[in-house]
Design a protein around this ligand. Structure first.
Ligand code: NAD
Length: 316
């Protein structure tokens, strides 16, 4: 598995990262044994980067990931773990007090002494000024205490990243995690890449399968996309299926092909999904992309290209 540098962190993350939200049973139930086996298979096949949050499955994802990582029985420095703070089943709280408590709770559930990255989770739901003046400084203290090595911010609207990065001292936000903005149906993250590079910030892009829209099983009940976007993605999935092609492979390869993105986080809940997704990377390296199918899928998705959905609260 290809490893890519993550901004100025010095970390080398696998091109495909393991999204652990499905281990919180948010896309359907996942048994503990399957969760552990999935994490082990991912690591065995070269995935060294694992992403979770206390929000996923109301802390279940962190617990499952912790069990899976423990079962690896390898030195802690062999894998990279990111978790988040500020978003919980109960709601949002980006106060310094809450995030300090949050990391201790996460470390306990993950059975770890430190995480590599601690992100503020979905900051568009909080006050961005609080993120700048209170949350990020609190995370710097956690960095100094060794509870996290690096600090990140995540969310859906792309302008949240420039808002925060323009207002914090250089080196205080090491990475950003964007989701659903670098895939076949939406590639708007592309415009932000030169800015992020100029700031020395590492780029993680999540949800290449558009949180299930680009899978044969389809999106979960809670998926926020409009009916128009859902219908178009369904048509793209059917087109691939009827031509004997896997939309998941195509969609993942599309996201992976841009090397300015350090890691593409895919949510995985079974050994077979891990195997399929890792072979998509290998095939991309050896055979390149199936350009013909890509063009057909892009044509189907053209009417909904870059269509997204609202997320967060109004910011002043
Ligand atoms: P995704 O686009 O990766 O899709 C996940 C869905 O696709 C799951 O149902 C999974 O089981 C399925 N899947 C994966 N591989 C498959 C395959 N080969 N065949 C068929 N189905 C397959 O969406 P996601 O899980 O939401 O995003 C990936 C990860 O990124 C998350 O787990 C999370 O760690 C992170 N993320 C973070 C944020 C944030 O910080 N705000 C938002 C979204 C995602």
């Amino acid at each position: 598995m290809e490893l890519r540098a993550l901004g100025n962190t010095g970390l080398k993350v696998s091109a495909v990262g393991f999204g652990a939200s499905p281990l919180g049973s948010v896309f359907g139930p996942v048994a503990e044994d399957d969760a552990v086996a999935t994490v082990r298979e991912a690591f065995r096949l070269g995935i060294n980067f694992f992403d979770t949050s206390p929000y996923y499955g109301g802390t279940l994802s962190e617990k499952m990931l912790g069990k899976g990582l423990k079962a690896l029985q390898v030195p802690r420095s062999d894998y990279i773990v990111a978790t988040k703070c500020g978003r919980y089943k109960e709601g949002f709280d980006f106060s310094a007090e809450r995030v300090r408590k949050s990391i201790d709770e996460s470390l306990e559930r993950l059975q770890l002494d430190y995480v590599d990255i601690l992100h503020c989770h979905d900051i568009e739901f909080g006050s961005l000024d609080q993120i700048v003046s209170e949350t990020i400084p609190a995370l710097q203290k956690l960095k100094q205490e060794g509870k996290t090595r690096f600090v990140g911010i995540t969310g859906l609207p792309l302008d949240i990243f420039t808002y925060v990065l323009d207002r914090v001292p250089p080196g205080t936000v090491d990475v950003i995690l964007s989701y659903c903005h670098y895939g076949v149906n939406d590639s708007t993250l592309l415009d932000l890449l030169p800015y992020l590079k100029s700031k020395g910030v590492g780029v993680i892009s999540a949800s290449p399968l558009a949180m299930g829209l680009l899978t044969e099983q389809g999106p979960p009940e809670w998926h926020p996309a409009s009916p128009e976007l859902k219908t178009a993605c369904k048509a793209a999935v059917s087109h691939c299926k009827s031509n004997g092609k896997k939309i998941t492979k195509l969609a993942l390869q599309y996201s992976l092909a841009n090397k300015e993105i350090s890691s593409v986080l895919v949510g995985m809940s079974s050994v077979s999904q891990v195997e399929e997704n890792v072979s998509a990377v290998t095939e991309l390296e050896s055979l390149g992309m199936d350009q013909e199918t890509l063009s057909e899928v892009e044509a189907i998705l053209e009417p909904v290209k870059n269509l997204t959905w609202p997320s967060g609260i109004h910011q002043n």
